[in-house]
Ligand binder design. Structure first.
Ligand code: 26V
Length: 810
């Protein structure tokens, strides 16, 4: 036997490879030969996790030793996506792990692809929470995220004959090696019952029902593994999981009813985003996680610092929208009923501890609860809300320039019609800081929904423009571009995204532009292969990849994009002799299951795709695809491959947007309205490197006030009228010609989202895109300038501002 040959065919395994095998055998219970890809995934996660745990404990010890102030981010959504690639990248172990696995005959990229995508959120608000967690760890700030461990997160979307079908996403099916259940960190959370008082003025709440909230912790690794923080998600356990008497009497279901009821709290994420959902279970979820989190925070504070009155010095609690707003009343309850503080002192502590971030001004998304429901579920909190309200209204009466109408708007109780508790007013009153998520949005908060509260507390509202983590949204999703940038400007941008500005001069460098274009093309080829594989559709990587991916909502105006696509299709057919720019229109996004028009818009995109893609006279000039099941992982594939980013909401309606930032960072040009953070993106990249069109927020407001008549607008635009009428008359739905009649009639009758008003400007902007694309050097230079100028939109910058201005931890 040839000993040398044997030795070279089985090279020595690295210590890491040995650890991988050890974990595979001893923790997964499989040997190398029997291991399936999922077993390798689990073994890899456990191995990487071991390194994380050491740093995790070190981080906690450091925080204790330094007696640091902690940041608590309360959010009903954390859209974290897959964790393995992110953890490996942040630990700087990419090469080491992939080499160790390849020694074992396993491809790292392949197992990364089978990790389930943790979709514990709907959209922007949830993804922002995930980016913030990563930046908090990166900036070495001691922080905890608090939320719910949904057993089923966001639904999985299937497209059946063009229609959205919702299926449960079983992300925990193979277990979750990232998480640690902490049985010892458990709290009672009560609901209902009654409140009694004694002669000493003490109040006692006796809930009718209670569940136990149990902590489940996931480590969050910062860039370069500097710090590991905790994402603490609550699960619910029945206090009486099985009633043995019932079970023994043969009532097997009744015996388990308690556990089923407890579990219902953590079963599903509400699959709505900006649509109202007035359901009792939602309020129960909000209180469940708020109460457990506030109890945990207060317990930790007492344990380390002894005195609840120093809470604001050692804890900053940020409310991610109003979903955790009942926390304000919960902290008041604990301070007054359990720690014997007077109301006034409790109130000062509460305000000094909380900050509130608003993420939408859409009236249907502003949470309010019917008073009888709130009172029945949370009788003690109802009393506290009344007491807070009395105090706020007393302050309002004393202030200058606040009339009765303003008092009505400031009140925590909406008295118009059925009485309701206004969660935004509760959050505003109970916080020392209230922030918007982009400059325009913050101005609109002051002018509209919060105008009177702003008059009463003029120092409270401030702006913190959103950001995205460059680790996930550049380094991990676009390694090609990352390497190219590093070759050009060195490594500083890896630790400070603002240093990307050094790339700007390379826009003028022909050789660099060429390499930049090669990277983009490779990303497009990879996406095209994925789409070919999944949908059987062949795309031309040299066409413009024109992308709109986000939740489907009328205000985001996917309909504007689709109607323009139809108009373009018409134009190409009428003038085949013109020099058309080949385009690929990509759409992806989920619609709230109860949102009829949003689901119809998905069907329309699919109907248009079928017709256009099947029309041989169009050839490669236009292709349309609706990619099913949009989630974080799909975004990570699409974003690096985009040429054109559609950010076309009705001005004044998109609070910020964060997809806009991801695309610009990956070298796509934006076509967009002056809405949300688009305004600031334009300020950073410059007018020449973005395509802005359409009405401004002020113009939209003025048009609405003046009485906008969309019919006249549609009839005045030949291109628009033809497209709308074609859709309405069933050209794209021959199987059901009336399918889109109602949707199109809505445009004629009210067009609340001003699709018609902006159509001509949008179509003209698209032709301007074609013209720019024709000048390849100019397009590429613009794309490079986008990359160079949007480092400011790093969530590190955003978190730095929160830390300094709101949390006082810098
Ligand atoms: C509202 C509701 C209402 C009831 C049922 C469930 C549910 C879930 C989420 C929401 C909040 C919607 C607000 C939201 O997602 N806002 C988005 O926040 C992003 C981060 O700040 C921002 O970029 C987007 O512009 C904004 O739409």
């Amino acid at each position: 036997m040839n000993v040398t040959a044997l030795a070279t065919s089985a090279p020595p395994r690295s210590p890491l490879a040995d650890r991988l095998v050890d974990n595979l055998i001893h923790r997964i219970g499989k040997d190398e030969r029997a291991a399936l890809p999922h077993d390798w995934l689990a073994a890899t996660i456990l191995t990487v996790r071991d390194d994380i745990i050491d740093r995790w404990m070190a981080s906690t010890r450091e925080t204790h030793a330094a007696k640091s102030k902690r940041v608590y981010y309360l959010s009903l959504e954390f859209l974290i996506g897959r964790l393995l690639r992110d953890a490996i990248a942040n630990l700087g172990k990419n090469r080491e792990v992939s080499q160790a696995l390849s020694q074992l005959g396993v491809d790292l990229a392949e197992i990364e692809e089978i990790e389930p995508d943790a979709a514990l959120g709907n959209g922007g608000l949830g993804r922002l929470a995930a980016c913030f967690m990563e930046s908090l760890a990166t900036l070495d700030l001691p922080a905890y995220g608090y939320g719910i461990r949904y057993m089923n997160g966001m639904f999985r979307q299937r497209i059946d004959d063009g229609w959205q079908v919702e299926l449960p996403e079983n992300w925990l099916a193979h277990g979750n090696p990232w998480e640690f259940e902490r049985r010892e960190s458990a709290y009672f959370v009560g609901f209902g019952g009654e409140v009694t008082g004694n002669d000493a003025g003490q109040v006692h709440w006796k809930p009718a029902e209670a569940v136990e909230a149990v902590a489940v912790d996931t480590p969050v690794v910062g860039w370069r593994g500097k710090r590991v923080n905790t994402l603490r998600l609550w699960t619910a356990v029945s206090l009486d999981p099985i009633k043995l008497d019932k079970f023994n009497a043969g009532d097997h279901e009744g015996a388990l009813a308690g556990q089923v009821r407890a579990e219902s709290l953590v079963r599903v994420l509400y699959p709505a985003d900006s649509t109202a959902s007035g359901q009792e279970l939602r309020l129960r979820q909000e209180y469940f996680f708020s109460s457990a989190s506030i109890q945990d925070i207060v317990r930790r504070h007492i344990q380390y610092f002894g005195d609840v009155r120093t809470l604001p010095d050692k804890a900053a609690i940020q409310l991610n929208d109003t979903h955790p707003a009942v926390s304000v009343a919960e902290l008041m309850r604990l301070l007054i009923d359990h720690h014997d503080l007077a109301f006034d002192e409790a109130w000062e502590i509460t305000k000094a501890t909380f900050g509130y971030t608003n993420h939408t001004l859409l009236p249907e998304a502003l949470e309010s609860w019917p008073l009888p429901l709130f009172e029945r579920l949370l009788p003690r909190h109802m009393q506290i809300v009344y007491a807070i309200n009395a105090r706020v209204l007393r302050e309002a009466r004393k202030a200058d320039g606040i009339d009765d109408e303003a008092i009505g708007a400031i009140s925590l109780i909406d008295e118009g019609g059925e009485r309701r508790v206004r969660m935004a007013n509760l959050a505003f009153a109970g916080s020392h800081s209230v922030n918007g998520v982009a400059a325009l949005h913050t101005d609109l908060m002051k002018q509209t929904v919060f105008a009177d509260l702003h008059k009463l507390y003029p120092a409270r509202i401030n702006n913190k423009t959103n950001g995205i983590t460059p680790r996930r949204w550049l380094f991990e999703c676009n390694p090609g571009l990352t390497h190219l940038i590093r070759d050009a400007i060195g490594e500083e941008f890896l630790d400070d995204a603002a240093a990307l500005t050094a790339l700007a001069p390379f826009a003028e460098d022909a050789a660099f532009r060429e390499r930049f274009a090669e990277v983009k093309r490779a990303n497009k080829v990879a996406l095209a292969a994925h789409i070919k594989d999944r949908m059987g559709l062949r795309l031309d990587p040299d066409a413009i990849f024109d992308v709109q991916i986000k939740r489907i909502h009328e205000y985001k105006r996917q309909l504007l994009n689709i109607i323009e696509t139809v108009a373009l299709y018409d134009q190409i057919r009428s003038h085949p002799e013109r020099n058309w720019t080949p385009r690929v229109k990509l759409f992806a996004g989920k619609a709230a299951s109860s949102y009829h028009n949003a689901k119809l818009i998905i069907k329309l995109a699919n109907d248009v795709a079928r017709r256009v893609n099947g029309d041989p006279s169009i050839g490669k000039l236009l292709k349309v695809a609706f990619l099913p099941n949009y989630n974080v992982s799909l975004a990570e594939r699409i974003v690096p491959a985009a040429d054109l980013s559609e950010q076309i909401s009705t001005a004044g309606m998109e609070a910020s947007g964060t997809g806009n930032m991801k695309f610009a960072l990956n070298g796509a040009l934006t076509i967009g309205t002056l809405d949300g953070a688009n305004v600031e993106i334009r300020d950073h990249v410059g007018d020449e490197n973005i395509i802005i069109f359409g009405l401004t927020a002020d113009e939209v407001a003025a048009k609405r006030a003046d009485g906008y008549e969309p019919r006249a607008v549609i009839e005045g635009s030949r291109e628009l009228a033809q497209a709308v009428n074609a859709i309405a008359s069933g050209v794209f739905s021959p199987d059901d010609p009336n399918r889109y009649q109602g949707l199109m009639a809505g445009l004629y009758e009210h067009d609340w989202f001003m699709v018609a008003a902006d159509f001509d400007a949008y179509a003209a902007a698209q032709r301007q895109v074609d013209a720019r694309w024709a000048d390849r050097d100019a397009w590429r230079a613009s794309a490079i300038r986008n990359v160079a100028q949007v480092g400011w939109f790093s969530s590190d910058r955003t978190i730095g501002e929160y830390a300094r201005d709101i949390w006082n931890v810098l």
